[in-house]
Design a protein around this ligand. Structure first.
Ligand code: 5AD
Ligand code: SF4
Length: 461
């Protein structure tokens, strides 16, 4: 059974803990382990980083708690990709400040991309903030919490946290960050500025983590990286890594996110086609269907190259489910550019899409350009785009009715008592009546109905 086998590493180092002398006296009369509460915002990379931070802090004597009321340290692991994400986090910080009223020793900090984005300015902007730690500084977080210094946002070209064991949460899916940073510098994107340059973990470290995930009862691994398929370790490329991972016993499914179209090599496509554990599903961000816009975004491909890649992928992996990211209202985007994006969506017929209004970001090239599309216009383009995608997703899901799908069971369905939910190989949510199937097992079920978001299934017994 997957559940029972899971190991959570809590090999706390009391020596380190008592080394943090300032912390013990601050907590109050009872010397106890300090509690840390972490909230995560943004992408899967951040969720995986939270697991790293939790693992690292637990080895320095911190206990992870689920409620800020009981925390000595409150940490927000943040996202800077769009302004809206940052506004939400500032709002949340304001709300969390109340914990310092009753318990003044509580330390509140920001980690992640937004920490890197604003750096020292954050302490000036938010008086109740105690510390700021950037994505390459988590190793030094215990020192930071001891008050030395208060801001640590040094980017480190070498930092890959190869030796820091994550404290993985519940679930059937283990995230493994195989590369960090990005060298692409798309003109809209802040990531290269806050996450630094591209660097990969050695193959043997990744494979060790995959084996640990299997031993810990996670049947699925998801490789993460800002441009995950740019992965390279010496002569081994991303395709080689997929092939080696496919041979690891105990792993049933392999996924990865997010690949960049320009890094989708023949080796990676071949690995997707030949490795039975690699799911027939791909998130392939396109951003726009207009060649002019793509050029100004400096994405490194045009629409015909992207569509050729989609054809090659679909020829190699029959039935491949595709999802994407798209931005509306990039500077200079005309109505005709937007129409081209809708055309591309109709042509590719994505199973799913993440759609965003352009948000101007400091440091980026486009951040210096005038915005030409009003907020209202961005909003209405976004709504049309979402409407089209919903139609396409619903159509594709309807076509699944009558077919059999393999569902990796994640737990009870949210909306129906006594039903289970999980993901298909295509990464679609499927629900079906519970028949004693265990979390972590793969159930073969038949699709009997669908919505744009969910496959409703039946077991055949
Ligand atoms: N504005 C809006 N969306 C953005 N993304 C990245 N930067 C921005 C921005 N400045 C989107 C892209 C990317 C996804 C993770 O976030 O679509 O693929
Ligand atoms: Fe950002 Fe482009 Fe790098 Fe993706 S590839 S993280 S969009 S700069």
């Amino acid at each position: 059974m997957f559940r029972g086998a899971r190991s959570t590493q809590c090999d706390r180092n009391y020596g380190d803990f008592f080394g943090l002398a300032g912390r013990v006296t601050n907590i109050g009369p009872v010397a106890r382990m300090p509690n840390v509460y972490i909230e995560t915002y943004g992408c899967q990379m951040n969720l995986a980083d939270t697991e790293l931070i939790r693992g690292h802090l637990s080895r320095s004597g911190y206990t992870s708690v689920q409620d800020p009321e009981t925390a000595d340290v409150i940490l927000l692991n943040t996202c800077a990709i769009r302004e809206h994400a940052e506004e939400r986090i500032f709002g949340r910080l304001g709300a969390l400040a109340k914990h310092k009223n009753k318990r003044p020793h509580v330390q509140i900090g920001l980690a992640g991309c937004m920490a890197q984005h604003f750096r020292e300015d954050l302490l000036k902007k938010t008086p109740h903030l105690d510390f700021v730690t950037g994505p390459d500084a988590y190793r030094r977080l215990p020192d930071l919490l001891a008050g030395d210094p208060f801001v640590d946002v040094r980017l480190d070209k070498q930092e890959i946290y190869a030796d820091v064991a994550p404290d993985r949460g519940e679930g059937v899916r283990a995230w493994i960050t195989i590369m960090r940073g990005c060298d692409k510098f798309c003109t809209f994107c802040i990531v290269p500025f806050v996450r630094g340059r591209e660097r990969s973990l050695p193959v043997d470290v990744v494979l060790d983590q995959v084996r640990e995930a299997a031993a810990g009862g996670y049947p699925e691994v998801v490789f993460l990286g800002q441009t995950v398929n740019a992965y390279r370790d010496g002569d081994s490329d991303f395709g080689d890594l997929l092939r080696s991972t496919n041979a690891v016993e105990g792993i049933e499914r392999i996924r990865f996110t997010s690949p960049h179209p320009s890094d989708m090599t023949e080796s990676a496509i071949e690995a997707m086609a030949s490795c039975e554990k690699v799911c027939p599903q791909l998130h392939l961000p396109v951003q726009s269907g207009s060649d002019e816009v793509l050029q100004r975004m400096e994405r490194g491909y045009n629409t015909s190259e992207y569509l050729r890649l989609v054809d090659r992928l679909r020829a190699a992996v029959p039935g491949l489910a595709l999802s994407t990211d798209m931005i509306v209202g990039f500077p200079g985007e005309q109505e005709s550019d937007f129409e081209r994006t809708l055309d591309l969506m109709r042509q590719v017929r994505y199973d799913n899409a993440f759609m965003f209004k352009y948000s101007s970001r400091s440091h980026t090239k486009a951040g210096d350009w005038d915005e030409t599309v009003s907020e209202d216009e961005k909003g209405s383009r976004l709504q049309s785009m979402i409407g089209l995608q919903e139609e396409i997703s619903a159509e594709i899901n309807r076509e699944e009715i009558g077919s059999e799908v393999d569902v990796l069971i994640e737990g009870p369905a949210r909306r129906r008592d006594d039903w289970l939910a999980g993901k298909t190989g295509h990464f679609k949510t499927a629900v079906f009546p519970a028949q004693g199937s265990a979390v972590g097992a793969i159930a073969r079920v038949r699709v009997v109905d669908s919505t744009g978001h969910t496959l409703i299934c039946a077991t055949d017994q």
